[in-house]
Design a protein around this ligand. Sequence first.
Ligand SMILES: Cc1cc2nc3c(=O)[nH]c(=O)nc-3n(C[C@H](O)[C@H](O)[C@H](O)COP(=O)(O)OP(=O)(O)OC[C@H]3O[C@@H](n4cnc5c(N)ncnc54)[C@H](O)[C@@H]3O)c2cc1C
Length: 338
Amino acid sequence: MHIQEGQSLKSMNTFGIDAKAKYLSIIREISDLETLVKSNLFKEENHLILGGGSNILLTKDYNGLVIKNELKGISLINEDNASVILKIMSGEVWHELVLYCVENNWAGIENLSLIPGSVGAAPMQNIGAYGVELKSVFIELEALHLESGEVHTFDKKACDFGYRQSVFKNRLKEQYFILSITIKLLKKPKLHLTYGAINDTLKLMGKSKPNIKDVSQAVIQIRQSKLPNPSELGNSGSFFKNPIVENEKFKELKLNYPNIVAYPAGEKHTKLAAGWLIEQCGYKGKRYGDTGSHKHQALVLVNYGNAKGKDIWNLALKIQASVKAKFDVDIQPEVNII
Ligand SMILES: Cc1cc2nc3c(=O)[nH]c(=O)nc-3n(C[C@H](O)[C@H](O)[C@H](O)COP(=O)(O)OP(=O)(O)OC[C@H]3O[C@@H](n4cnc5c(N)ncnc54)[C@H](O)[C@@H]3O)c2cc1C
């Protein structure tokens, strides 16, 4: 088990923030992780588990131990005429898993194409896009309890998934290292085409009877046209979650802002598009030094080159305050602030 000291994390977070880790350990085997969690270094230092670094903002150097997950492997656990069950190690790249499943004609995660990051972080916030969330295919996960070193299994109920939420972001925050996830995919797809521009894009592609490969390609096209590529412009995708308000509050807002963008969220609540709220406050496309809000999507904060994590965080706080002042709505970060 090799420990590096003072290593820059710039290439390990999609914001491209040049923060340093006091200690860094790259985990390729579960046995390395087991040894690490028993070590004095682990017991004495704070720790941060890192997958693809696409959902974190490093606001300063990390004064502790960063554990970079490189656990690899995909196993076919079961197959019948209708479905397959796959167990995937948490250090696999999510989008590569999607492409592998699409190639094999296993349906269920094609709408989640091109989401950056690792498989192990996917349950952390129940990743979702274009009308599909991880929970729709999820069976269980295995996670190592960092204090006891025991491996525990969590089924869907135990994960307590919600909108960009799970038990691992709340009650069990920072207590587990997710080792693997198990998902069930279908051989006969149930396509989800109504969300966003999927149908229109498929039409433009000339696909009147789309298969899951077409859906994946449509999602990739839409995402590439809307979201900046982190390898060209540092970002972490949507910086804030879409706020959910009571229907009464939404009606009040709608009276003052008839064009407000919103979606039903159950019987009593409405989900507001955070990007629209931020745009109305005048931030879309605005640059402040080396940070700013993206020109195509106000919800995406970017690093134009040498922004510090705290510059981005200060802008986020300013945006939060403006949305509160204008609409009396609280927006909360989706990104994990470190
Ligand atoms: C351009 C872009 C677009 C995006 N679009 C979407 C989208 O459409 N939908 C969506 O849901 N998200 C989206 N995201 C956010 C991000 O891709 C996902 O949240 C992804 O799952 C994060 O994976 P990661 O491996 O990079 O996590 P990291 O950023 O490395 O970690 C995120 C959090 O999970 C913890 N963590 C990571 N791995 C483990 C593990 N094995 N065990 C325990 N804890 C762990 C970390 O400590 C941290 O708190 C987008 C990001 C970008 C940059």
